[in-house]
Design a protein around this ligand. Structure first.
Ligand code: PMP
Length: 358
């Protein structure tokens, strides 16, 4: 019997992405919004999606949606590009700016997808590790960029999984240090209310990544976008899948973006809950909770085995994310901020587990 020949060699060290998305009563592992799109907006979505011609290809660039986003950001259509979730655009930056003989500067611990995409595209990874409190080693990053051989870097703000932001002073220094493309991944910026958007006019080598998956409750729909200079985004157009953003997603995105002000109350509530959760976690013996400007909190367990605590939370119907076997995140779990009752339940169960009162 014939056996299949091996795949491309760069796949040898890559594990398929596995977010361990196990069904549970309380899903607080993937930084989603625990509330679905509000009912009145869903009604409007239903009306709009009824008009979609399923037999026709969608507008490849989702121009109507681009126009809405461009206008809200004081930009032109050519300074916005849509993707099948932020993930597609993260893959596309590696395709367009990476490749054999090219270099990506990473700042781990951070979103693991960046590293995978670099490996897939045979891009060399240059790591400048974050400091013990997960802040960026700013001088080291700027010095490394200034050597002039880095092709692109990604600054995650707020960082996933640690939750801290990068300052615009640092982003500006990174953009000035060389001509490397600097992507600022603002997947969670609605929760920090801090953006590098004002810097776009100054730096052609800056792009900003955003998503509909978090604050706008659309993780299931797959919509992300980039803001940047026309020259840079033209290169992204060359590598993108022509019809990656389907017609239904485009219609949903238009309705949700037009109604984005209606999500503000929910975002306020998540920010408030985040403060309460942080205080409550810090009050637990043996728990170190890291300050977060996002919709999740990373915490380290000093005295308990984090993997076991993850399992015991799951046994009680609560799914959080286990990072305890990731480099630099030993002993760490991450919990997304859910509804107040979900957060209260998580805190009570975690307390009971840590006190051994199972
Ligand atoms: N960037 C960061 C930092 C993320 O955490 C995520 C989602 N996990 C994304 C980008 C991509 O999100 P999506 O593909 O759902 O837009």
């Amino acid at each position: 019997m014939n056996q299949v020949r091996p795949p491309a060699p760069q796949l040898a060290d890559i594990e398929p992405y596995d977010p361990k998305y196990i069904p549970a009563k309380i899903m607080v592992s993937a930084n989603e919004n625990s509330s679905d799109v509000p009912f009145d907006i869903r009604r409007e979505i239903e009306r709009e999606t009824r008009k979609v011609a399923f037999n026709r290809y969608p507008d490849p660039l989702a121009n109507d949606l681009r126009d809405l986003i461009a206008e809200a950001n004081g930009l032109d259509r050519d300074q916005v590009i849509m993707g099948n979730g932020g993930d597609e655009l993260l893959f596309n930056i590696a395709l367009a700016w990476g490749g054999p003989g090219r270099k990506f500067l990473n700042m781990p611990p951070t979103f693991s997808v960046y590293k995978n995409n670099a490996q897939l595209t045979n891009t060399e990874i240059v790591n400048v590790d974050r400091l013990a409190d997960f802040s960026i080693d700013e001088d080291a990053v700027v010095a490394r960029l200034a050597q002039g051989d880095i092709d692109f870097t990604i600054v995650t703000t707020p960082n996933n999984p640690s939750g801290n932001i990068a300052s615009n002073d640092f982003v500006a220094r990174a953009c000035e240090a060389s001509d490397a493309l600097v992507m600022v991944d603002e997947a969670y910026f609605e929760f920090s209310r801090y953006t590098a958007r004002p810097l776009l006019a100054r730096y052609e080598n800056l792009v900003i990544l955003r998503t509909f998956s978090k604050a706008f409750s659309l993780a299931g729909v797959r919509l992300g976008y980039l803001l940047g200079s026309e020259r840079v985004l033209t290169e992204f157009k060359k590598v993108r899948q022509p019809y990656s953003v389907d017609a239904v997603s485009q219609a949903i995105g238009r309705v949700v973006f037009a109604n984005r002000a209606k999500f503000e109350k929910e975002i306020d509530q998540i920010i408030e809950e985040r403060g309460r959760m942080h205080d409550a976690l810090c009050a637990l013996d043996g728990v170190e909770a890291f300050p977060s400007e996002s919709n999740y909190i990373l915490f380290r367990l000093a005295d308990a085995d984090a993997g076991q605590v993850w399992q015991r939370l799951l046994d009680r119907g609560i799914l959080v994310r286990d990072f305890s076997r990731s480099a630099g995140l030993e002993g760490c779990l991450r919990v997304s901020i859910g509804l107040p009752e979900e957060n209260a339940c998580f805190l009570a169960e975690l307390k009971a587990i840590l006190e051994g009162a199972s």
